[in-house]
Design a protein around this ligand. Structure first.
Ligand code: AHM
Ligand code: MG
Length: 333
């Protein structure tokens, strides 16, 4: 801190990456380039989200436009997808990309780089037009030695991620990520255009006071979900009931869960046995962060990071949050 109370020695994400690279003598800087392209994508999307209303970027892309899961695409969904694809491709280090908005993986067979990036370019689309927080979710894998780039190469357990994270476009832009050893949060300083370390080593409390779930689906819930939710709403005498918070943007709900504790649930139910959220680019990166912060990520029975996806848009029930709360839910399976 300088004598005028200005921090002149900021820890930015770029600085952190340069430091990390130095710790690995064989590192060639490839991953630093991938992360630089993700940072660029997040800054670009931030600028579009901030002026969406003025620039007439709210609303659907066009009547016929649906994504790989059959959902209507918003203009910002389409733009965010293009932004991340272009940024990642130009890094020259990404061999395979899987996006929520693309039916098939994008595969570069020219041996350009060792990385596979899975992403949901703009999650929480239903909240876009209301100005509620939305975000980008991403995960990075590395091709095995000698492995050829292909869509199948992305079908691996979340435990193999080398990096997982999200960027939340909320009252500020927050990039939260982990390489498996600790979770760090960076806030975009709009005047510098840099992500500055603001949340070092985020640890999720072992038990929380908040549950987060779309309670409108309760008539379809399975016994495991109903029993646990009823339990925290009607606790034994002397204990307080949990509070309900549900934004409907996974990124914002997970951001709160990481910082305050509690649980975020998107279970399977009689209407949608596999739930809603997609394994590769929603469940895995968030599970990776939650476990790296000391929490628990589950599909209801075992760690969500051990799921082996069979297709790129596969869904899974997911239970994420404070370790002891999630273990209580697993006991009811
Ligand atoms: P999206 O990828 O189409 O935006 O859908 C994912 C979102 C998550 O952000 C959120 O947790 C969930 O859908 C909310 O679903 P619901 O409206 O069924 O509660
Ligand atoms: Mg999504």
């Amino acid at each position: 801190m300088s004598q005028f109370n200005v921090d002149t020695n900021l820890i930015t994400l770029t600085r952190h990456m340069i430091h990390e690279q130095k710790q690995h003598p064989n590192a060639k800087g490839d991953f630093t380039l991938v992360l630089a392209s993700i940072q660029l994508g997040c800054k670009f999307v931030t600028s579009l989200v901030r002026r969406a209303g003025i620039a007439k970027l709210n609303g659907t892309a066009g009547t016929a436009d649906t994504n790989a899961s059959g959902e209507t695409q918003k203009k910002l969904d389409v733009l965010a997808d293009e932004i991340f694809i272009n940024a990642l491709a130009s890094s020259g280090k990404v061999a395979v990309m899987v996006s929520e908005e693309q039916e098939k993986a994008i595969v570069y067979e020219d041996g350009r780089g060792p990385y596979i990036v899975v992403f949901d370019p703009l999650d929480g689309s239903s909240n876009i037009d209301a100005g509620v927080s939305i975000g980008t979710i991403f995960g990075v894998y590395q091709l095995h030695d000698g492995e050829k780039p292909s869509e199948e190469a992305a079908l691996r357990p979340g435990r193999e991620l080398v990096c997982g994270g999200y960027c939340m476009y909320g009252s500020s832009t927050n990039l939260v990520l982990s390489f498996g050893n600790g979770v760090h949060g960076y806030t975009l300083d709009p005047t510098l255009g840099e992500f500055v370390l603001t949340h070092e080593n985020i640890r999720i409390p072992s038990r929380g006071k908040i549950y987060s779930i779309n309670e409108g689906n309760s008539i379809y819930w399975e016994k495991q979900t109903s029993q646990w939710v009823n339990g925290v709403k009607n606790p034994e005498k002397g204990k307080s009931p949990y509070s309900l918070r549900y934004i409907g943007s996974m990124v914002a709900d997970i951001h709160r869960t990481l910082l305050y504790g509690g649980v975020f649930l998107y279970p399977g139910d009689s209407k949608s046995p596999k739930g809603k959220l997609r394994v590769l680019y929603e469940v895995f990166p968030m599970s990776f962060l939650i476990e790296a912060a000391g929490g628990r990520a589950s599909n209801g029975k075992h760690s969500a990071l051990d799921i082996v996806p069979k297709s790129i848009h596969e869904r899974s029930p997911v239970f994420l949050g404070s370790k002891e709360d999630i273990e209580d839910i697993e006991k009811l399976a």
